[in-house]
Unconditional design. Structure first.
Length: 377
């Protein structure tokens, strides 16, 4: 990779709150640990969720793709060592043995204990199946920390050591698909309200800089376009549009009420629509089907040419596109960017940033962050 000079807003840490689009292996680590417990040590009738996702064919680290996701790539571009929360959690405050799970009334649950580690590390709290509220979707949703619970984990860890959140860090809040994809009567007002609450809670802890992506068109995924989707594609598209409109309004309201908050929006909806309209420009040949057959678990011949890995998640190449767009959104002025991690990412250089609800100039002026000239190699 050739050195590229790029001006960039710098952050000393990064925190991510979200779902499987950003999960670095948290739900995999937790379910794998729970399944390793001998049944005789569990209370009678205990039902353990299966290990998710299935590895292989999914990423060996437990991501819902065939490699790194967008948050991983963005952290790399920012020079940040982003760690999965389940690699920092411990069994209990009194027993600091590293563990993704702990026990509540004899039942294994995701560990909320970190003994202060979240204050000194960049942490990705995202969990597959997470919804915007307290829990997750699906049969075992009550065992999944939703976005508000993830924020609670962070808040409680800071409180335990008497520290505030790092005001120079970047806080990513990205969730919503699991609120809609299997719930026909879901309410975007409630979902966006949860995201706004998460942002306000983080602000109260000391956070100031936020990256808040909107949703891609959930009606255009392979699952939504399949013959018998859980929720019809036109309903999902309508939910997506309503969610994104409400999110835009919520961000404007938060900025109006909190003068020193810096919220940068990322228009994932528009980015992926442009990619679908011109797949060849980004190196894709298939933007409608999934590479992975989720029934037989066979894999397509050329995953890098596919936008979707499974019915709802992008391939790692798709995630690279999103990471490049996020990098551009965080850039205060048009400039050179780090050399893309794959040739297909070059197409993003012509698209620029995908901001909604504000201009780049406004975001950059409000940030008042350190800007350095960095050499990326």
């Amino acid at each position: 990779m050739l050195p590229v000079t790029a001006e960039a807003i710098t952050f000393d840490r990064m925190y991510v709150f979200g779902d499987s689009l950003s999960d670095p292996g948290n739900i995999y680590n937790a379910t794998k640990a729970a399944n390793a417990i001998p049944p005789e040590l569990l209370p009678p009738g205990t039902v353990i969720p299966p290990i998710q996702p299935l590895v292989p064919p999914y990423d060996s680290g437990g991501r819902f793709s065939n490699g790194l996701n967008w948050a991983d790539y963005l952290a790399q571009d920012l020079g940040i060592d982003l760690k999965a929360s389940t690699t920092l959690s411990v069994l209990s405050p009194q027993n600091p043995t590293p563990s993704p799970i702990t026990f509540l009334n004899g039942q294994p649950v995701v560990s909320p204990f970190f003994n202060g580690a979240t204050a000194t590390n960049s942490v990705n709290f995202a969990f597959g199946a997470a919804q915007t509220g307290q829990f997750g979707a699906g049969e075992f949703g009550q065992a999944v920390p939703g976005v508000l619970t993830q924020v609670g984990f962070f808040a409680n860890d800071l409180a335990a050591i008497g520290q505030k959140a790092d005001e120079d860090a970047l806080y990513v809040v990205f969730a919503g698909p699991n609120d809609y994809q299997t719930v026909p009567d879901s309410n975007p007002v409630e979902s966006v309200g949860n995201l706004a609450t998460a942002i306000q809670s983080l602000y109260a802890l000391g956070a100031r800089n936020f990256l808040v992506p909107n949703l891609p068109d959930l009606g255009k995924t392979p699952r939504a376009l399949s013959p018998n989707p859980p929720v019809a594609s036109d309903i999902l598209t309508a939910k997506t549009v309503a969610h994104n409109t409400l999110l835009d309004n919520a961000i404007d309201s938060l900025e109006g009420a909190i003068p020193d908050i810096n919220i940068i929006g990322l228009d994932v909806f528009s980015e992926l629509n442009k990619l679908r309209a011109n797949p060849g420009q980004f190196g894709f040949t298939n933007v409608t089907d999934s590479c992975l057959n989720e029934t037989t678990f066979t894999i397509c011949n050329e995953p890098d040419n596919y936008l979707f890995w499974d019915g709802i998640h992008p391939t790692t190449e798709g995630h690279k596109q999103l990471a490049q767009a996020a990098w551009q959104a965080l850039s205060p002025e048009p400039k050179s960017v780090p050399e893309p991690t794959s040739p297909i990412a070059l197409g993003l250089l012509g698209l620029g940033g995908f901001l909604y609800g504000k201009s780049k100039k406004k975001s950059a002026q409000k940030a008042e962050l350190n800007r350095d000239t960095v050499e990326v190699s």
